[in-house]
Design a protein around this ligand. Sequence first.
Ligand SMILES: Nc1ncnc2c1ncn2[C@@H]1O[C@H](COP(=O)(O)OP(=O)(O)O)[C@@H](O)[C@H]1O
Ligand SMILES: [Mg+2]
Length: 237
Amino acid sequence: MAVITFANTKGGAGKTTAVLLLATELARKGYRVAILDADPQHWITRWHEISGDVPNLEVIDFVTSASLPLHISENSEAIDYFIIDLPGARNPLLATAIGLSDHVLIPIQGCAMDARGGAQVLELLQYLDEKAGIKIAHSVVLTRVNSMVTTRALQLVKSLLSQRNVPVLDTAIIERSAFRDIFDCGGTLHSMDPARVSNLDRARENALCFVEEIMRKVPVRLPAAARLAGLLMRDAA
Ligand SMILES: Nc1ncnc2c1ncn2[C@@H]1O[C@H](COP(=O)(O)OP(=O)(O)O)[C@@H](O)[C@H]1O
Ligand SMILES: [Mg+2]
């Protein structure tokens, strides 16, 4: 079992979008996934309501600082990956979620100069390390990156992060209409109609690379039943 938190104290950084991509891809791979929706806007919960049943995925709503540890301890046997979507503001939940996490992912918009929300999370992680000796693995994921050009803003963000030795995922999340549309249509990238969503294949490829990189960083053994189903499918092919 692993807990992954997406944190950036600024709204609009791409947290909720990245949570949804990670959760749906992991569930598709056979992992049992729970999204803990702590965002007062409840985007994930609304998405789940219009999506109907998504195999291997559940969404827990109205998560608070007090309920968060309980949700995790009560479901730890039934869930492989807990993914926490935090509000886009400084909130007591931030420290609680970080403290419970195996890995903290910090989405930072590659298209905007403002990385302050991400910097606040990095400062909190550094504080925990220096003052309390608590080391929590973390990485920045660059989001909403232009697929065609490397902007000056992106180069600046990258060089600032490398100067400070902050780990950055190799895979950036590209700005794609599919990643927006999924919240309107419900379902997953794999239930969308390629005839109606531009560059859906690219979006799927990008999401897969992102998720596989996270799986390498935060590995969880696939449950025996899912491993078996995968093997049987491979044998049948
Ligand atoms: N990779 C992306 N491609 C296209 N639109 C995106 C992408 N990431 C985020 N967005 C859009 O940007 C806005 C903010 O993203 P969101 O994931 O809600 O950020 P946060 O949860 O950090 O506030 C939303 O309208 C979302 O659809
Ligand atoms: Mg959000």
